[in-house]
Design a binder for this molecule. Structure first.
Ligand SMILES: Cc1cc2nc3c(=O)[nH]c(=O)nc-3n(C[C@H](O)[C@H](O)[C@H](O)COP(=O)(O)OP(=O)(O)OC[C@H]3O[C@@H](n4cnc5c(N)ncnc54)[C@H](O)[C@@H]3O)c2cc1C
Length: 459
């Protein structure tokens, strides 16, 4: 015999808690299960700790650059890594505790701690405890992938999770993986004072982006002294004293990079392998992601999958949007769909890269008449005043519908200024809605109407 509920939520990531509270406030008796720390990846090992560490790294960077602004900080800049980590830990602990107390303090929500596994399509086992409900919501997220690299079993390595415990400065950090997560750590550790090398198997960094975007990001990182090794094929690693060396061997001139620490940042895997999904009959795809329809329903009626585990997004904002879609359909009679959203995300290097919709490559492939407006950050007053003029802003418009179809903003405040573009795209309004708007001077955003007034055909 076990406990019966109206709904069970597995995982307290970015969708589960909000959904549990929403269902409970609609009068349902809800159990929410968490096996580790409340808040999941974003709160404990992802967005919050990385942005906290990036803030420390930026403080070090600004202090080193202070003389450029006529400010004398006196002497060299020393980063106290135990204090940097303690600050990060305190901010994470507060966020985790807030989520736990929110859930425990909500009427109709029962918090269960332990690893959940399906027993059948309506029940899950948490240790000896059996819980059943007609509706089950899976929000189990993902974990760092560890690639099959020759020699990896012989060397110590970090992942994006393990590096959260580091409180000493690596002398030379080698990052395998030149994509979003790897590059944030690369710049952060360079600014803390480590020597950093990024090793990427693809011919360029963040290969999903357009080539000029990759090149500009690479130039920014190299400008801070980060070594970038792209097209590094046939990787192997070996122990070298207390450190590690990374070999790229399939090349005309094989290369070796020797470092003190190794960080693997080569993507993530969904947490579906240990959920007992076969006992419920929930279908997964070849990579282990749970197959869902446009309302996030799985192959089994009454079971839904939200967040990274469904492969329909890999961000906190997509996981939270999944919660909104499920709640809208189940509780509000509002037929929201996953396909209503378009890609939006940022790479939180400094300056950040903010993206919405299509790349130029994707826009060209549609065969539509695409117009482009572009402006160098060197021609943005606010960037000049700040002395940080790297990057550019580029917006793509469909010449017939007048809708914005994509944007890449690389420059200071890009992660904020992109939102005027996102909002107009979401509203389905033409680009002229921004073109005619009055933006505040002096900001980065004030130049977005200007660049939309200078559109030309995308060659
Ligand atoms: C280093 C890093 C930086 C990132 N930065 C950003 C960023 O800046 N912006 C952004 O939007 N995204 C960022 N992300 C991605 C973001 O963290 C994830 O997209 C987001 O956390 C996904 O949320 P989720 O709800 O799907 O799952 P998760 O947050 O992964 O939560 C899943 C939860 O389920 C629990 N769980 C798993 N299996 C079970 C089980 N069987 N039983 C019980 N509990 C279980 C886990 O313990 C976990 O608490 C980053 C990720 C990383 C790794």
């Amino acid at each position: 015999m076990g406990d019966s509920f109206d709904a069970i939520v597995i995982g307290t990531g970015q969708a589960g808690p909000a959904l549990a509270v929403r269902l409970a406030s609609a009068g349902l008796r809800v159990a929410i299960v968490e096996r580790k720390r409340f808040g999941g990846t974003c709160v404990n090992n992802g967005c919050i700790p990385t942005k906290t560490l990036i803030a420390s790294a930026r403080a070090a960077y600004v202090a080193r650059e202070a003389a450029r602004f006529g400010v004398d900080v006196g002497g060299g800049v020393r980063v106290d890594m135990p204090r940097v980590k303690a600050r990060k830990d305190a901010i994470v602990a507060e966020s985790t505790a807030n989520i736990e107390s929110w859930l425990r303090g909500t009427t109709n929500v029962t918090v269960v701690q332990g690893h959940a596994r399906f027993a059948d399509r309506h029940s899950i086992a948490v240790g000896e405890h059996l819980l059943s409900a007609p509706q089950i919501f899976i929000n189990t997220g993902g974990r760092p992938a560890v690639p099959a690299i020759t020699g990896l079993d012989q060397v110590p390595y970090l992942t994006s999770t393990g590096i959260m415990e580091v409180d000493r400065l690596p002398e030379h950090l080698i990052v395998i993986g030149g994509s979003y997560i790897g590059l944030e750590f690369a710049q952060m550790y360079r600014r803390f004072g480590s020597q950093v090398t990024v090793v990427e198997t693809a011919p360029r960094l963040i290969a999903r982006e357009d080539e000029d975007v990759s090149a500009a990001v690479e130039a920014i990182l190299e400008g801070e002294g980060i070594a970038v090794r792209t097209s590094a094929e046939c990787l192997s690693v070996e122990r070298r004293g207390t450190g590690v060396s990374v070999h790229a061997s399939c090349e005309r001139e094989p290369r070796v990079v020797a470092g003190s620490h190794l960080l693997l940042a080569v993507g993530r895997l969904p947490n579906t392998h240990d959920l007992g999904l076969d006992r419920a009959g929930v279908q997964t795809d070849a990579k282990g992601y749970i197959v869902v329809d446009d309302t996030l329903a799985t192959s089994v009626p009454g079971i839904y999958a939200l967040g990274d585990v469904n492969g329909r997004g890999a961000f906190t904002h997509t996981a939270f949007n999944d919660y909104e879609i499920v709640a809208a359909n189940l509780l509000d009679g509002d037929p929201r769909r996953v396909s209503d959203r378009f890609p939006v995300y940022a790479l939180f290097t400094d300056p950040p890269l903010a993206r919405a919709g299509m790349t130029k490559r994707e826009a060209k492939a549609t065969g539509r008449p695409i117009l482009v407006g572009r402006r160098s950050m060197a021609r943005v007053g606010r960037a000049r005043e700040r002395g940080e003029t790297q990057g550019f802003m580029e917006v793509l418009v469909d010449g017939e519908t007048k809708r914005i179809v994509g944007a890449a903003l690389l420059g200071i405040e890009a992660d904020e200024s992109i939102h005027c573009i996102i909002d107009v795209m979401s509203a389905g309004a033409p680009y002229t809605a921004i073109r005619r708007a009055v933006h505040i001077h002096p900001t980065v955003s004030e130049l977005i109407p200007t660049l939309l007034g200078e559109l030309s055909p995308l060659s």
